[in-house]
Design a protein around this ligand. Structure first.
Ligand code: CU
Length: 491
């Protein structure tokens, strides 16, 4: 077993990758589905060829605020993990070493990769056993801001899956980035030390309120609510508001921010006092109509790329628009050069989020798809001390043979949210085009995750061009684990 040598090579590759200066290896070794730790005598070339990147899954301690340590699990000793910069269409190998005592796997969120490397057990991706390792090999596409994270089930264990620090940005570069910015920042929104509660979240603050409620049932389910997951400690990247270094800027700079909601539990709305965000991409995909807005809302799993023009000298807070969430850590200080006053928070004047303004409203050139797939989301309140259950079309996962696509055809997906929660739903291995949000039309906006407002409806068109199993689920870990998922398959 050449574990020590392997680790050294992996570390070197990682360092090079993180600096962006590395020339990617062109090795075309076939993907190894074997775990060398289970087969120490393996001597095939792919076992000794260093991977382009190595991710080591292991326990870490994060000091999110002075003397406030979080015990969690991270990648390569940190959380977020390293920013992985990959070149579009250039094959890459990533060795994942699991140094924890439970099976893990890494999902490449937003990528067009085969089911067996996508990182979802439901699609047939092999788990990385405790103490084992696995080499993922794939061709990264499409270009844009993607991310990688654990896709393990957590259930009642709030120290597994996306509750942990196992996530990082994954940038797929086309080589055509015009680079019209002075700084590039990666900001991941996080919560820590999750716990169970039977109190409902503040929906107004966390993005449920997007206008009409076309899916509100005539009679509401009044059974007593069960347990939900919440948190009272937050950070952007690894530091709570005020605990880390400020973002240092100069007047006249244009800053490109890549924002990711890496939370397992809640949608977030953020603002930067005194400034606007010029949104240029969502979920890594260029938007047809870039717009300047005062707030950004992101459900778990969503990404936004935006420019910020630094034209308001001062010391400001970028953070959650919800006071209690921001004061409990969800923020970061933005400090202009030679400014030394107390950080200012000014509530945004128009805290409204509307996906549709970033699309186009011209009549779509293409006709509506001939096929419609209705997906009705419901919550089954379970009462005190129990976990609520989540249904898609009347039942929890699995849905055998219900969502079957024919390759080459187009489908209109209608997400009908008959619950009092806003759900960020994600479809693996595909992009969909938003068509309608609560009756407001749009087009040209390509996404892999979308928040369906509570009692709301979102319509999206899908082209079935990626054969294989594809998982659909709510990106709130507890909802997924308790039924809110479905497998799409091809005929
Ligand atoms: Cu959900």
């Amino acid at each position: 077993m050449k574990r020590r040598k392997f680790l050294q090579l992996g570390g070197a590759a990682l360092l090079g990758g993180a600096s962006g200066a590395r020339a990617f290896a062109q090795s075309q070794a076939p993907m190894s589905m074997q775990s060398p730790s289970q087969n120490p005598s393996a001597s095939k070339p792919e076992d000794t060829t260093p991977a382009d990147f190595t991710l080591r899954i292991a326990p870490i301690a994060l000091e999110v605020a002075p003397s406030r340590f979080i015990s969690t699990i991270g990648y390569n000793g940190t959380s977020p993990g390293p920013v992985l910069r990959l070149r579009e269409n250039r094959p890459v190998t990533v060795d994942v070493i699991n140094e924890t005592d439970t099976a893990e796997l890494v999902h490449w969120h937003g990528l067009f990769v085969p089911s067996e490397v996508d990182g979802a057990e439901e699609e047939g991706t092999p788990m990385v056993p405790p103490g084992g390792r696995h080499r993922y090999q794939f061709t990264p596409k499409p270009a844009g801001t993607r991310w990688y994270h654990s896709h393990a089930m957590a259930g009642a264990d709030l120290h597994r899956g996306t509750y942990t620090g196992q996530y990082g940005f994954l940038m797929i570069e086309s080589g055509n980035d015009p680079g019209k910015y002075d700084q590039e920042l990666f900001l991941a929104l996080r919560d820590w030390e999750p716990f169970f509660t039977d109190q409902m979240e503040n929906e107004a603050a966390e993005g449920g309120g997007m206008g009409p409620q076309p899916e509100r049932p005539a009679t509401l389910d009044t059974r007593p609510n069960g347990l939900e997951v919440t948190s009272q400690l937050f950070s952007i990247n690894e530091k709570a508001l005020g605990a880390g270094e400020p973002i240092r800027v100069r007047i006249g700079q244009r800053v490109l921010v890549h924002i990711l909601n890496a939370s397992a539990i809640e949608n977030r709305t953020i603002a930067l006092s005194g400034h606007q965000f010029r949104v240029i991409a969502m979920d890594g995909n260029t938007v047809p109509s870039p717009q300047s807005v005062n707030v950004l809302m992101l459900g778990p799993g969503e990404r936004i790329d935006a420019y910020i023009e630094m034209n308001q000298p001062g010391v400001w807070i970028l953070g959650s628009t919800d006071d209690s969430t921001r004061n409990a850590g969800l923020g970061v200080i933005v400090e202009y050069e030679n400014q030394h006053r107390e950080p200012q928070w000014v509530p945004p004047s128009k805290p409204v989020w509307d996906y549709t303004i970033f699309g186009t409203t011209r009549q779509p050139v293409r006709p509506a798809p001939a096929n419609t797939i209705d997906m009705v989301f419901e919550k089954i309140p379970s009462g005190a001390g129990q976990f609520n259950l989540w249904h898609v079309n009347g039942k929890p996962y699995p849905h055998d043979q219900e969502f079957v696509l024919r390759e080459g055809e187009r489908y209109r997906l209608v997400f009908r949210n008959r619950t009092d929660d806003a759900h960020p739903v994600h479809l693996h291995r595909h992009l969909f085009e938003l068509v309608d949000v609560n009756g407001k039309p749009t087009s040209g906006l390509m996404k892999d995750t979308v928040i369906v407002p509570f009692y709301g409806r979102v319509t999206a068109d899908l082209t079935a061009d990626r054969p294989g199993l594809s998982l659909f689920h709510c990106h709130i870990q507890q909802h997924m684990d308790y039924g809110f998922k479905a497998l799409f398959r091809y005929a």
